[in-house]
Design a protein around this ligand. Structure first.
Ligand code: SF4
Ligand code: SF4
Length: 195
């Protein structure tokens, strides 16, 4: 037992004598994808296609030889169609309340009815009076409270398509589409230099 304990301590203080459990947090940044009033540096056209199956080799051939590769992979056409299904989850809708003139243009155009301007309230009650009631309580609401009328902007992240229509329609740039980048902690000197 004593040996096992000693070994664990020495591994925890490996190499430079630093505690491997003390690691810098990942670096995070968001970058606007705006290239013009109606143009983004990401493809925001949503495909309704279901997942494309990866083509496989015929069973008769595959079952004859265990070393035969079964999945054939996508060809260019299928790969493109599958890539078009991307929901751009790394591109976030970022709201700046000070720029908002509460014209409701984003509310009108949102295909998912996930944006609401309303009086603030307790979360459980607020969820029931959104454009589309937010019933999935495991998903947080995005609430901004710095509007000139004292109302709040509430967005149900659970159903957002990241289509960018709210940002395209907004006359003041209060909505922006921003790509989220995360850089994980690296080993060795990069880890220590970040700290
Ligand atoms: S990105 Fe699209 S789905 Fe999401 S809030 Fe804006 S308009 Fe609605
Ligand atoms: S379109 Fe822009 S200015 Fe109008 S309500 Fe939406 S965020 Fe505010």
């Amino acid at each position: 037992m004593a040996h096992g304990h000693e070994a664990a301590v020495s591994i925890d203080k490996f190499l430079n004598g630093e505690d491997i459990n003390h690691r810098p947090l990942p670096a995070v940044e968001v970058v606007s994808q705006k290239m013009g009033i109606h143009e983004w540096s990401y493809d925001n056209d949503i495909a309704l296609d279901k997942r494309y199956r990866v083509p496989t080799r015929d069973n008769v051939v595959a079952l004859k030889d265990i070393r035969t590769e079964v999945e054939l992979g996508y060809d260019d056409k299928l790969a493109f169609a599958e890539a078009q299904r991307c929901l751009n989850c790394d591109v976030q809708t970022v709201f700046t309340g000070q720029l908002c003139i509460e014209c409701d243009a984003c509310v009108d155009i949102c295909p998912m009815d996930c944006i609401t301007f309303t009086a603030n309230g307790e979360e459980a009650e607020l969820r029931t009076r959104l454009q589309a009631p937010a019933t999935n309580v495991t998903q947080d609401l995005y609430v901004a409270d710095n509007l000139k009328t004292g109302r709040v902007m509430v967005k149900d992240e659970d159903v957002c398509l990241h289509c960018g229509l709210c940002a395209e329609r907004c006359p003041t740039g209060a909505w922006d589409m921003q790509k989220y980048l995360i850089e994980m902690t690296q080993a060795e000197s990069a880890c220590r230099s970040r700290a």
